[in-house]
Design a binder for this molecule. Structure first.
Ligand code: C2E
Ligand code: MG
Ligand code: MG
Length: 649
């Protein structure tokens, strides 16, 4: 029976199309893509030699030329056919992200020995005729060694299949697993079919079909790459971490976070900003390539770059410094961006530092808020072992313990009136002393409680405790006029806030003019109508308001003048800025402006006598800060005021 050549012939244009798609889709970089390209080329050459062989054997007259041609192409056929099986074997490790298993030289040698045996047999075939012979009398004849070749190929296919089924099944989605297995399973079937029906030449078309499956199910660059900056995507980062954890690899992740990414985006514009990021990524690529490091780079909007490095001992801090230096010396855009960019970097060793996928991702996104003071680079281990990090990671336990065991206490920080020369009020500040972690700053637990939606009960505690405090002491006799209470956004958005305050006022006999409610500009921005309604209702009831942290956000004077605010609280950063003439000028003008629109001004965070005297000279109405006292427990606060107000009276 004549050999049916059509399948082989058809497979060649398929290989060609796959080859072209690989380039069109820019799947050319990286180990996996390179192995895949090798697979296509080997398969195409193999199919081509098969076609030539059939053509030679059938149509050419028997001659030396025909014999030599047949001999050469049979060699090429065997070489490429066996190579596809071996390359595919390594491709499996690369595409599943488990290359580290075959990375070591010893492992490669062990795995390549069977291939070396095959090649030895094929190369020495011209002397031994062990694999095949081609003679004018008998034409093509299989030798005994061909069974050794089959056996070795089956061995690779067998190990590959078992590896996929046992080790990779846990993290590979079914579609991907089936697509990867298809090559071996279908090839085995094709080999058997072709062995018994040599005229049915289906091996190469089956290979082509398997490669199509791989392209469709596994090599989808749009799924794993971020074309905007030329790196892998955040989705790929997540799935690679999962792989690393499941396969118990030890790797390092370097995280570079542009903490002013949003500002850079609005400064440069989206496109120019992304161009800059792609420039950074290009430099990173070049640097790691130069150093022969096995790595992958991922990007997460708006500005976090993750680099997964296979070698857990690679000095990332040093590499980061060199990168920063290279960027400084590189193109104009990078240089101009480099001056504005505020980067923070860290390295996480997995699984030593962290071994939970959510924790790793969260850490990468938030580590910059936990950096040791004044540092640009820190090791994750260092941050993780810090007290603040431990507190943050256990904040849920800390908060629920505080709520169920009534651990919150109110402290009062005296506020001094420059005109009356005595302490007339105080800011109520919440304190939490945890049994395990000690003092936990409200700067940490208040935002955490807001995020978790449990700020309301905490706020309710504050309101009640302050009312009780005012009613318990000789408030007016002490010379006190009002207590300032911080309100969080969620509290301001509560429709029942005026009602709650009315109940407390009644219950403790505390008139509304003894309470001043502190809000911030962000509170006002985020709360819309309910806030306006509450402000109006509470003002009508006799409560007054302060604007806290003035000078930290984009303070809007127009809005400040329109809101029913009695007091403006100048933030500590402005007070700190008074060390310079420029800073003093800002404060002087702010004080003047506020006086002009009839607002009272409290300067917060006043620590030194110099600051105190400057503020007094400028005409600031009230002073709050360590220069007088830190926040004090209720009884100590009363003692403090009693002593100081009497002295000044
Ligand atoms: P804030 O309302 O701006 O409070 C002023 C902060 O500055 C307080 O920090 C106070 O202890 C600190 N401070 C005052 N004078 C000085 C000084 O001279 N030097 C320095 N270094 N710091 C000074 P604290 O108590 O840690 O509170 C931090 C923030 O937590 C507060 O900022 C406020 O936003 C929030 N907070 C505190 N208590 C409450 C509360 O009861 N409810 C709500 N919703 N938020 C609260
Ligand atoms: Mg405040
Ligand atoms: Mg403040």
């Amino acid at each position: 029976m004549q050999n049916i050549l059509y399948f082989d012939v058809c497979s060649i244009p398929i290989f060609l199309v796959i080859f072209i798609t690989v380039f069109v889709r820019r799947m050319t970089k990286g180990n996996t893509n390179r192995l895949f390209i090798a697979l296509i080329i080997l398969s195409a050459v193999c199919a081509f030699s098969d076609v030539i062989l059939e053509y030679c054997c059938r149509s050419l007259p028997i001659s030396d030329v025909r014999l030599i041609t047949a001999d050469i192409f049979t060699h090429i056929y065997f070489l490429t056919r066996t190579a596809t099986i071996v390359v595919y074997f390594f491709f499996i490790f690369s595409v599943t992200g488990t290359w580290y298993r075959v990375r070591s030289a010893e492992m490669k040698v062990v795995l390549l020995i069977p291939m070396a045996v095959m090649y030895l047999m094929i190369f020495t075939n011209m002397f031994t005729g062990a694999v095949f012979t081609i003679t004018p009398e008998e034409g093509y004849r299989r030798g005994y060694a061909i069974y050794v070749l089959y056996a070795i190929c089956v061995l690779y296919a067998f190990i590959g299949t078992i590896y996929l089924l046992v080790s990779c099944r846990r993290f590979l989605p079914v579609g991907k697993l089936v697509a990867l297995l298809a090559m071996y399973v279908l090839s085995m079937i094709a080999v058997v079919v072709q062995y018994f029906m040599p005229f049915l030449m289906i091996e190469m078309i089956v290979t082509a079909f398997s490669l199509i499956l791989v392209v469709l199910f596994l090599l989808r660059p749009e799924e794993i790459s971020d074309a905007s900056v030329g790196s892998l995507s955040f989705g790929a980062y997540r799935s690679d971490i999962r792989k690393v954890l499941m396969t118990k690899q030890k790797v390092q992740i370097a995280v570079i976070s542009f903490i002013n990414a949003r500002e850079l985006q609005s400064y440069f514009g989206e496109e120019r900003y992304l161009f800059y990021v792609s420039h950074v990524i290009k430099q990173l690529n070049m640097m790691f390539h130069r150093e022969h490091i096995f790595f992958d780079i991922y990007f997460e909007q708006p500005g976090t770059v993750y680099i997964m490095v296979d070698d857990p001992n690679y000095d990332i801090e040093d590499a980061y410094k060199r990168l920063a230096e290279e960027l400084r010396r590189s193109s104009d855009i990078a240089a101009s961006a480099g001056e504005r960019i505020i980067p923070r970097a860290c390295n996480i060793v997995i699984p030593d530092d962290l071994s939970d996928i959510d924790e790793i991702i969260k850490f990468g996104r938030e580590f910059h808020t936990q950096m040791p003071q004044g540092r640009i680079f820190a090791k994750a281990a260092e941050i993780i072992s810090s007290r603040d990090y431990k507190v943050m990671s256990n904040i849920d336990t800390i908060l629920s313990r505080a709520i169920t065991q009534n651990k919150f206490r109110m402290y009062y920080q005296p506020i001094y009136s420059v005109e009356q020369k005595k302490f007339v009020s105080a800011e109520a500040l919440i304190r939490l002393n945890d049994e395990e972690y000690g003092f936990v700053s409200p700067g940490i637990f208040i935002p955490a409680a807001e995020k978790r939606g449990i700020i309301i009960p905490i706020g309710d505690f504050v309101l009640e405790d302050v009312h009780r405090f005012i009613s318990d002491i000789d408030f007016e006799k002490l010379g006190l006029e009002y207590i300032e209470i911080n309100l969080s956004v969620a509290q301001c958005m509560q429709e029942e806030l005026p009602g709650k305050l009315a109940v407390l006022s009644e219950k403790y006999g505390v008139s509304p003019d003894k309470i001043n409610l502190e809000i911030t500009e962000t509170t006002y921005e985020n709360t819309g109508n309910i806030m306006e309604f509450n402000l109006e209702a509470l003002s009508g009831m006799g409560y007054t308001f302060s604007l806290d942290d003035y000078g930290t956000g984009y303070s809007n004077m127009h809005r400040v003048s329109k809101l029913p605010l009695k007091i403006i609280k100048l933030d500590k950063t402005l007070v700190d800025g008074m060390a310079s003439e420029e800073g003093r000028s800002i404060v002087r003008n702010t004080v003047k402006m506020m006086r002009d629109i009839d607002k009272e001004l409290v300067a917060e965070g006043v620590e030194t006598q110099t600051e105190l005297h400057s503020l007094e000279d400028m005409g600031c109405h009230f002073i709050q800060g360590y220069c007088f006292s830190k926040p004090l427990p209720a009884d100590e606060f009363v003692k403090f005021v009693r002593e100081h107000n009497r002295v000044n009276a």
